[in-house]
Design a protein. Structure first.
Length: 250
């Protein structure tokens, strides 16, 4: 039983990872996510079921399309592996509490999708951020066994704080500093970790952003104020770490 739960969560992670990989491709192209058939990006042929087995199909086909032989991006297998790792992480972090593990896995898979979409497209669609609020409040209510007051306050405070910050920046600088999806994502963070965890989410996000800027300075030696950074991706990292390890200093 000690190994069964992590293995089960890993398998679920592979399945969700395959779906996440498909969404990251289809959503920016406005393609049907649920009913759309998976196709080769090169020849357009519909993939057969045995060609859609997470990780294994890519390995067996040596990273190439079985129909046309075109190279298939390794991003798919990497996303699937990341989702499986999140599942194992969630199972182990629960310390036997299945409810906690399920909630953690659900959060991790949502954040993986959100982080990828924002990192690749600088876009936080409401279809991804609004459900994060709902799942956070549901998870909090189930875990606490009652009304999640701290999380409700956190959702409101998270949205209001970043919205006001974005509006202040726009008025002072005359241009957008944060995307419209960032306040909703921060509201989702509050729905998961409560108002007490919001400062930690922001600190982790800023630390992640600073690490990226520092890397750019080391490798490119120039960073301008016009450079865009996927702040939603950093917020996702901050929320994940705060959920797992609690507020900084708490």
């Amino acid at each position: 039983m000690d190994l069964l739960i992590p293995i089960l969560f890993a398998v679920l992670g592979l399945i969700f990872g395959s779906f996440i990989a498909a969404v990251t491709v289809r959503m920016p192209r406005e393609e049907d996510i649920v009913l759309g058939r998976s196709r080769c990006m090169s020849c357009g042929e519909t993939l057969k079921p045995w060609q859609l087995v997470p990780v294994f199909s890519w390995l067996i086909q040596r990273g190439r399309c079985a129909m046309c032989g075109a190279a298939v991006s390794p991003r798919y297998i990497l996303i699937e592996a990341a989702a499986a790792a999140i599942g194992v992480w969630a199972a182990l972090s629960g310390a036997g509490d299945l409810t906690w593990s399920v909630a953690t896995a659900a959060l991790g898979w949502q954040l993986l999708l959100i982080a990828l979409i924002d990192a690749e497209n600088f876009w936080l669609p409401d279809e991804l951020t609004l459900p994060l609020i709902a799942t956070g409040l549901i998870a909090a209510a189930v875990i606490a066994g009652g009304w999640p007051i701290d999380q409700i306050i956190g959702a409101v405070a998270g949205f209001a704080s970043l919205w006001l910050l974005a509006e202040l920046y726009r008025r002072v600088r005359g241009r957008q500093g944060l995307g419209g999806g960032d306040p909703i994502l921060f509201a989702g963070a509050g729905a998961w970790v409560g108002w007490q965890g919001l400062p930690s989410v922001l600190l982790w996000a800023c630390a992640a952003g600073f690490s990226v800027v520092l890397t750019l300075l080391i490798t490119r030696r120039s960073v301008s104020g016009a450079d865009r950074l996927p702040f939603g991706t950093f917020l996702a990292i901050g929320l994940w770490l705060t959920w797992l390890y609690g507020p900084i200093g708490g």
